[in-house]
Design a protein around this ligand. Structure first.
Ligand SMILES: *Cc1c(COP(=O)(O)O)cnc(C)c1O
Length: 464
């Protein structure tokens, strides 16, 4: 009996010339002959038949802002296009990785060259050494590093290492910080001071989160009190030093300095989760801005340049606890994948160009200040903030400093702004609680187009 997969195999084993003719001529013709209007809606409906909610990561579903998610067909520079061939200025940049703009020719070339040599070996490669050396050189607190495939893996492994190295179980995280979806980190604060976290997702046993303490971001006193009560039982603190998963919220220097001091005093390991802010806010990450040395750092997003690379690393004496040297187990079939590493290395080279971060900071500041001014003219309660290639938009008077403050911003206004901008071809993060991202090719013309659209949008908002 001929199975379905065999038929597919035979199809793909076509003579190369026939293959070329099919793919380069026939298929694009077929696709372009499908009427364009309503394609996003059609695709969304179809996606929901075989994929829960129609998406492979929840925020993509537009649940927070409502409406039909745009299905993206291609991207270039500061733009991407949806299935209806509508062009958008992209302010999510794949949630961080697209820092040099989409489909940068240098990155594409590196990937294409790597592809020719084979896709994955399950044995070490020189590219992984280059990547590790580059990371250690750019982030001095990282003496040794291990490559993994997602930020979730990086933070999960860093936690295991911290617990393995200290022999302690308790960990501290902060409300509103996101560290991927490992069980111990899917927690929300219980009621009352110093209560342990409750699972924030079904399927996470309370037993798995009972060692996770959830504290308020930027609350230095609470941190002091917690360490006074149980500092010697705490394996690690994990924190986004610049938070990008509850909109953009910056830590105060005092908060991070206190954290560093308390960790040192109590033998607690300080983990900076720089999966989002690493290589995004500055070449050396948030730790270079605050001048604080964490014991371990988690990286991701930018370091893969759009392909799945993440990493965790830090003090060599801690990293020595990792298998195969030590007793803390961690592994990955596709860890340090040669294609992904090629994209990452090419991206890490590009961001070291002179003035790269100055330009990025300038452009995001232009956007934030421009929007703030426009809102002021329209007499709407709004403010914006930025750092490096990240920005935050808040429908409130004062830039928030904690999760609780972010929750008090006007979500309905944000949702209306989001859709007004989307209609005008500007794609902001589809949630009031996410940060925004720009790339080095978001030039003045791109920012100006955005601000012009924003003038109309804010005028609309103030009318009603
Ligand atoms: C995105 C993110 C993660 C998770 O990374 P994935 O690659 O999505 O698993 C972890 N921490 C932070 C701070 C992030 O922004």
């Amino acid at each position: 009996m001929k199975s379905r997969s065999q038929t597919h195999l035979n199809f793909f084993a076509l003579d190369p010339v026939v293959h070329l003719v099919l793919y380069d001529n026939f298929l694009p013709f077929l696709i372009s002959s499908i009427p364009n209007t309503m394609r996003n809606t059609e695709l969304f409906e179809r996606a929901q038949i075989t994929t829960p909610g129609g998406v492979n990561s929840p925020v993509r579903a537009f649940r927070s802002v409502g409406g039909v998610p745009r299905f993206i067909t291609r991207a270039s520079g500061a733009y991407f296009w949806d299935a209806e061939d509508k062009r958008y200025i992209d302010y999510i940049g794949s949630w961080g990785p697209a820092i040099v703009g989409h489909a940068h020719p240098t990155v594409l070339k590196a990937v294409q060259a790597a592809v020719e040599l084979g896709l994955s070996f399950g044995a070490p490669t020189e590219g992984e050494i280059l990547m590790a050396e580059e990371i250690c050189r750019l982030v001095p607190s990282i003496e040794q590093v291990r490559l993994v495939s997602s930020g979730t893996e990086a933070t999960m492994s860093a936690l295991r290492l911290a617990r393995g190295a200290t022999g302690r179980d308790k960990i501290i995280k902060f409300e509103g910080c996101y560290h991927g979806h490992a069980d111990a980190l899917l927690v929300k604060a219980g009621s009352g001071l110093l209560t342990l976290g409750n699972p924030s997702s079904a399927g996470v046993p309370a037993d798995f989160t009972k060692h996770t303490l959830v504290l308020d971001y930027n609350n230095t006193q609470q941190l002091e009190d917690t360490f006074k009560a149980m500092g010697d039982q705490i394996a690690c603190i994990i924190v986004e030093p610049i938070a990008g998963n509850m909109n953009l919220i910056k830590a105060t220097p005092e908060f991070l300095k206190t954290m560093r001091r308390l960790c040192t005093e109590h033998g607690t390991i300080l983990i900076f989760d720089e999966v989002m802010c690493g290589f995004r806010v500055a070449l050396g990450g948030a730790q270079s801005i605050y001048d604080i040395k964490p014991d371990l750092t988690a990286l991701g997003k930018v370091i893969g340049g759009g392909l799945p690379v993440a990493a965790f690393g830090g003090r060599a004496d801690l990293m020595a606890h990792m298998a195969p040297l030590g007793a803390v187990y961690q592994a990955g079939t596709l860890s340090g994948n040669p294609i992904a590493v090629a994209a990452g290395l090419a991206t890490l080279k590009l961001i070291q160009h002179d003035g790269f971060y100055e330009l990025l900071s300038q452009q995001s500041a232009k956007l934030a200040q421009g929007l703030t001014q426009i809102a002021k003219t329209a007499q709407i309660s709004f403010c914006a903030d930025s750092i490096g290639g990240m920005f935050g938009l808040y429908f409130t008077e004062q830039i928030p400093t904690s999760y609780a403050e972010v929750l008090r911003t006007d979500k309905e206004k944000f949702n209306r702004l989001f859709h007004l901008m989307l209609d005008n071809g500007i794609y902001f993060a589809p949630s009031a609680y996410e940060a925004g991202f720009i790339s080095s090719v978001h030039d003045d013309a791109v920012i100006q187009t955005t601000l012009t659209a924003a003038e109309q949008a804010f005028a609309h908002l103030s009318e009603s």
